[in-house]
Write a protein that binds this ligand. Structure first.
Ligand SMILES: Cc1cc2nc3c(=O)[nH]c(=O)nc-3n(C[C@H](O)[C@H](O)[C@H](O)COP(=O)(O)OP(=O)(O)OC[C@H]3O[C@@H](n4cnc5c(N)ncnc54)[C@H](O)[C@@H]3O)c2cc1C
Length: 407
């Protein structure tokens, strides 16, 4: 049986591609090596932080990281490795950290962030999904005087920013202690519950007739001269007119098409716990100097942090969990974290914060939807829309202005 569209990878990107495709009346099959219950798309902070937030590769990132390392608060861990790609990636990352690129990235973040927020809103209001979408802004909490002062200078537009001193910050973040310097509310940002998004999306897609083939790892792509004719697992072969790869940090299938995607796995951690209601934050926030996010959810709170490069171990390393807790506790009042769930996952990180989207150069029915890095939840609906448009309008990459914008 020849299928119409197969999406390999049922993380948030794969599901959002399916969402936009079924809206266009397409028949879609999603194949995933797991049960769609624990990818990066489940344990993340759920921040929709497209607005007024610099990319990861901003000018000064190297110096800032070194300073944090000296203070013992750096989120970055680098495991020396023989994998040359990691060093190429690091070199490109450093090259990307310049003003011109940052400006361009932030312009794109603004456009696609708005498309994404609008689509999440539509999913709740029209499709009836419960995503716990909260449009209350993102509070950037500063722990260093110097960085806070620098941020204030850039945040003088009251329509987009609210600058808060320590006392005012505590109205948003009652568990903060006096070691913080203050905060800036980035008003346009939002957050949602990542796991809820995934479960609601899956339920919705099933109701729309999307086929899910789970616990099936695709190991091979079968090619003719210009197309991929099938994907293959250990026991089965699936044929389709179009194949979308949304495999997160895993790049070995793209390599089969001689495309070595410039992305690396960047391991991160989350702790999800219950805390006293009166200390719960009123909106999502980021301890900007330490890269620790905190997201209030309906019944609990989640903190996420760390950027571990050179490791693909799926083990939750206790040293990292302790380090997150210690850094967090320096700036918060003492309180009990109850029923804590510890988690780790991998961001599919490109060196310049730009996703890798579009048709393969040689095999035109093979489409990539990869490399969303630390912004997969933020942009997933927009990415799904772009990929759907590329397929439904039978466009080349050059004919799709969104794909060209990211290039
Ligand atoms: C700690 C942490 C915090 C984060 N916080 C945020 C945040 O606040 N906001 C934000 O926007 N983003 C955040 N992110 C990033 C976000 O989680 C990712 O960008 C996003 O989940 C990537 O989605 P994906 O679909 O590309 O990959 P994944 O969610 O990893 O999904 C890929 C899927 O592909 C499947 N797969 C892979 N290879 C195969 C194969 N060969 N055969 C079959 N199936 C396969 C996997 O099983 C998996 O289900 C965070 C990430 C981490 C780790």
């Amino acid at each position: 049986m020849k299928r119409d569209i197969i999406i390999v990878g049922g993380g948030v990107i794969g599901l959002m591609c399916a969402y936009s495709l079924v809206k266009e009346g397409k028949k879609v099959t999603i194949i995933d090596e797991g049960k769609i219950e624990n990818s990066a798309s489940f344990g993340n902070a759920g921040l929709l932080s497209a607005f007024d937030k610099s990319p990861l590769s901003y000018p000064g990132v190297v110096l800032d990281t070194l300073k944090l390392m000296l203070k013992g608060e750096s989120p970055l861990t680098f495991h020396p490795t023989l994998d040359l790609k990691i060093y190429q990636w690091l070199w490109k990352f450093v090259q990307s950290a310049n003003e011109k690129r940052m400006k361009r990235s932030m312009e794109l973040f603004e456009i696609y962030g708005q498309i994404a927020v609008d689509l999440y809103t539509q999913m709740e209001e029209i499709d009836g999904m419960d995503l716990d979408l909260q449009k209350k802004g993102l509070l950037m909490v500063y722990t260093q005087e110097e960085t806070f002062k620098q941020k204030i200078k850039k945040c003088q537009n009251p329509e987009r920013f609210e600058i808060l001193n320590v006392k005012e910050t505590k109205t948003y973040l009652p568990c903060a202690n006096d070691n913080i310097q203050g905060s800036v509310l980035l008003k346009k940002n939002a957050h949602l519950d990542a796991k809820r998004v995934m479960l609601e999306m899956k339920k919705y897609l099933l109701s729309q007739g999307v086929e899910f083939i789970l616990e099936e790892k695709i190991e091979e792509l079968i090619f003719n001269q210009h197309d991929v004719t099938a994907v293959q697992s250990q026991h089965n072969t699936y044929t389709a007119n179009t194949i979308v790869l949304s495999t997160g940090y895993q790049t070995f299938l793209a390599k089969k098409a001689h495309n070595d995607l410039m992305l690396i796995p960047a391991k991160g951690y989350s702790l999800t716990f219950e805390m006293p209601q009166e200390l719960k934050p009123k909106t999502s926030l980021l301890f900007a100097d330490m890269f620790i996010a905190m997201t209030p959810r309906r019944h609990d709170v989640r903190i996420t942090s760390k950027l571990e490069i050179g490791s693909t171990s799926k083990e939750v390393v206790q040293k990292q969990i302790e380090s997150i807790k210690n850094n967090f506790k320096r700036y918060t009042l003492p309180f009990e974290m109850n029923n804590t769930i510890e988690w780790c996952g991998f961001r599919p990180l490109t060196p310049n914060d730009m996703p890798l989207l579009g048709r393969d150069k040689q095999y035109s029915n093979l489409i990539y939807a990869n490399g969303l890095g630390w912004l997969g939840m933020t942009f997933a609906p927009a990415i799904g829309k772009i990929i759907s448009e590329l397929i439904c309008k039978e466009q080349s990459n050059e004919e799709n202005e969104n794909i060209m914008a990211f290039n």
